[in-house]
Design a protein around this ligand. Sequence first.
Ligand code: GLN
Length: 487
Amino acid sequence: MNDLHQLTIHEAHKLLKEKKISSVELTKAALKHLRKVDGIVRACVTITEEQAIKDAQSADKAIAKGDIKPLTGIPSLIKDVICTKGIRTTCSSKMLENFIPPYDANVIEKLKADNYVILGKTNMDEFAMGSSTENSAFFTTHNPWNLDCVPGGSSGGSAASVAIDEAIYALGSDTGGSIRQPAGFCGVVGLKPTYGRVSRFGLVAFASSLDQIGPVTKDVTDCAIVMNSISGHDKRDSTTVPLEVPDYTQALKPDIKNIRIGIPREYLPEGMQPEVRQAIEAAVKKLEELGARVDWNVSLPNTKYGLAAYYILAPSEASANLARYDGVKYGYSYRDTTNMWDAMQKTKQFGFGAEVKRRIMLGTYALSAGYYDAYYLKAQKVRTLIKRDFEQAFQSYDVLVTPTSPTVAFKIGEKADDPVQMYLSDVCTLPINIAGIPAISIPAGFVNGLPVGLQLIGKHFAEETLLQVAFAYEQATPWHTMKPSVA
Ligand code: GLN
């Protein structure tokens, strides 16, 4: 048997159900391992040891009464952008360094109803702005496969922690790729659900029309299990859709005969790492062997505007969302002055890091009266075109397959001073948020010892199809069983 901290959700659940282990044992094993390795990868901003043991004890009580759900008693880590009542929620920002939310996010309420266990909160790019976790105001997280490399971002802490078995699973958030890109870089599974599938209530807002919470897991089965728990309508998030939540685990059938797969050529750009391309080609070949019908001749012509549109839309929304951090209501407050304007200005000056300020300035500019039509309105129109490209493609294909990123994980510091290079690492993931559709990243090989992510994209609310194809691929390949040596 694996060491307890190495288990997947479904393996741990089985042992808990058969009473072969207790949640307290499992949680203690996870905490012990976390204490040992987190100094190396630095995935956690906060470790909630006491709370974890309390949660595990109440899970054990529930299990003793026969009340066990798939996530009952299973230790998790939560990205530090998701509000947890009574537990510090920082967004890896000085602005919220001491913020303790008085309420839980909807997803946390749901996990609590399942008697989950929280081990702590994970590091991220400040306010989820970034692709490497280097924008954290506290420290950089390391990629467990190569400690000199970034884990990706912004959910870098969540992805690294799952890859190194600190937690059995984690939650992340994805505005332009922040679940899938780090999942790809760290060799784990990450799903960005359809916009409106999971409530954003209690998710600290970055770009509200793009943000979505989703699972980071060790395999596809676990991804389906977490989706079952966190999905659904919430009257406090009017963008959630009142559709019934299917049992996603029912989609896990390794049969993909006649599934129609398209490979959009714009997602295999000239500049991509050739070895990543080869890995993707091999993965597609595997899907073909498994019975899928593959078409390499697909085009989503407006993809080329995706990056530009995203970097108008996301900063515009961010500039509005972040206006609330004025030093008056909550968060960091500059007090060394008697002048109110000075206090407000310095609060932002010292409370926010460089990337967050850059986004606020870009967004404020794009939304200003003289430029609104030229930038924001134009970007909204492009958004419609990008969405239409996908709608059209999904008339002929069930799933679109692309790399999650054009490269494997890059070196820490390599792109930190060049925002545009950093932005480019999300070219394959951003258009999915722009269109509001779901996509999953699954492990699909290695290049120079670093994981390659394969992205599967589906139409609105087609998470089941994605899980089905992902599961079939996973069952036929060894990638998800491989572990970094530090683990
Ligand atoms: N890297 C992208 C950005 O910086 C996406 C971030 C995200 O998905 N939260 O905006």
